[in-house]
Design a protein around this ligand. Structure first.
Ligand code: 5GP
Ligand code: MN
Length: 362
């Protein structure tokens, strides 16, 4: 039996919003990862399962090709490629469900749009400090994934309607596959943030529903292009700097280097984790030079590049404070991100000026 994270009033309100809604839109964060796609598509498949017919998933920008196999991924609207179509759908939406992000800024240009919508909004998330923009905020930062929260919410809703319902009647195989993917990716295939007994209870249910976890592992983690594999090798061989006193590794890639390896969305995913495999490296930072999108021009304030940063750490060594105080970002204690508008050398200098303060020698 799973413990219930939600109050009766939260579960009832979500159920009522869903029951009355005709046109539901589900959105998730920029540069969608496995948990973003898993939680938002998992919610879609639940809504389909209970007979909802107008459900639209919108993501701010494209998702990596290793997630394209996910059921209904081909139905997802990519906002920065199909803005007019998405805006038309948003204008008639009567329920908005947001998963896996804590503030409108994390969904780029879509953020302003959703804040101006008059319909009810539900936020299901596991990042710290959620902004107050939804009517119902279900925020559980101690949960390893938003996908697990979607499972728990759906389970709570359905077992409140009828207490003897089993997971096999509540979730379709498609929903189970999506939710499993998010749980797997946000824990690095159950290698961090993964000491939660109930998480394995849920996984047991998902496997019983028919999820082939080995096949999903293969589809997600063994799907690199040759270019991406070579980029990884280049990063480790030529680009990785180690600061042994503070147990820190840094990898930085310019736009020119990305171009050389025929960079595609998602190709940098996971590179930041690699240095943590080195004995005595407990902190890892990865920087990538990106182009500035139209909606970011104002924020960029004349800068020609945006540097996207990823931070990872092990154990009791939070990196989200470094990400938020120095690089306008945030995230979880062991996995955070940030951004910097300016040149790559300037971003590197900012890192060099600060890592000793934020990356403790322990
Ligand atoms: P990644 O390094 O995989 O892009 O992001 C790791 C985690 O850091 C994400 O799950 C998200 O919580 C957080 N994150 C990444 N980029 C940003 C950012 O620009 N701002 C904030 N607030 N959080 C971020
Ligand atoms: Mn997540």
């Amino acid at each position: 039996m799973l413990s219930n994270y939600f109050t009766a009033s939260q579960t009832d309100s979500v159920r009522e919003f869903i029951q009355t809604a005709q046109h539901i839109v589900i959105v998730t964060h920029m540069s969608p990862d496995g948990d973003a796609m898993g939680s938002s598509l998992g919610m879609r498949h639940y809504l389909k399962h209970i007979g909802k017919t107008s459900i639209t998933n919108i993501v701010p920008n494209s998702f990596p090709s290793f997630l394209a196999w996910m059921p209904d991924a081909d139905k997802v609207i990519i906002y920065d490629e199909h803005q007019a179509e998405a805006d038309a759908i948003l204008s008639t939406c009567d329920l908005l469900i947001c998963t896996d992000f804590n503030e409108p800024k994390r969904i780029g240009a879509l953020g302003d749009k959703i804040q101006n919508l008059a319909c009810p909004k539900i936020l299901i998330d596991h990042h710290l400090h959620p902004a107050n923009f939804a009517d119902i905020t279900l925020s559980f930062p101690s949960s390893p994934s938003a996908s697990e929260l979607v499972y728990r919410l759906v389970y709570a809703i359905e077992t409140t309607i009828s207490s003897n319902k089993s997971a096999s009647s509540i979730f379709s195989l498609e929903a189970a596959q999506c939710l499993y993917t998010g749980m797997m990716t946000d824990t690095g295939n159950f290698s961090f943030n993964s000491n939660h007994a109930e998480m394995y209870e849920i996984i047991g249910q998902l496997v019983a529903l028919g999820v082939d976890k080995d096949a999903i592992y293969n589809a997600v983690f063994n799907a690199y292009s040759a270019d991406r594999m070579r980029l990884m090798g280049y990063c480790l061989y030529q680009k990785m700097r180690i600061f042994p006193e503070h147990h820190v590794a840094l990898i930085c890639l310019s736009r020119k280097e990305l171009y050389r390896f025929n960079f595609k969305s998602g190709d940098a995913e996971g590179i930041v984790n690699l240095p943590l495999q080195i004995n005595d490296v407990y902190y890892s930072v990865f920087m990538r030079e990106d182009k500035i999108e139209t909606h970011e021009r104002e924020k960029a304030n004349g800068a020609k590049s945006k540097i996207k940063l990823s931070f990872r750490s092990q154990g009791d060594r939070p990196v989200n404070v470094f990400a938020s105080e120095v690089f306008s970002g945030g995230g979880h204690a062991n996995a955070a991100g940030g951004e910097y508008y300016g040149t790559l050398p300037d971003a590197i200098q900012l890192f060099l000026d600060n890592y000793e303060l934020y990356c403790k020698k322990i």
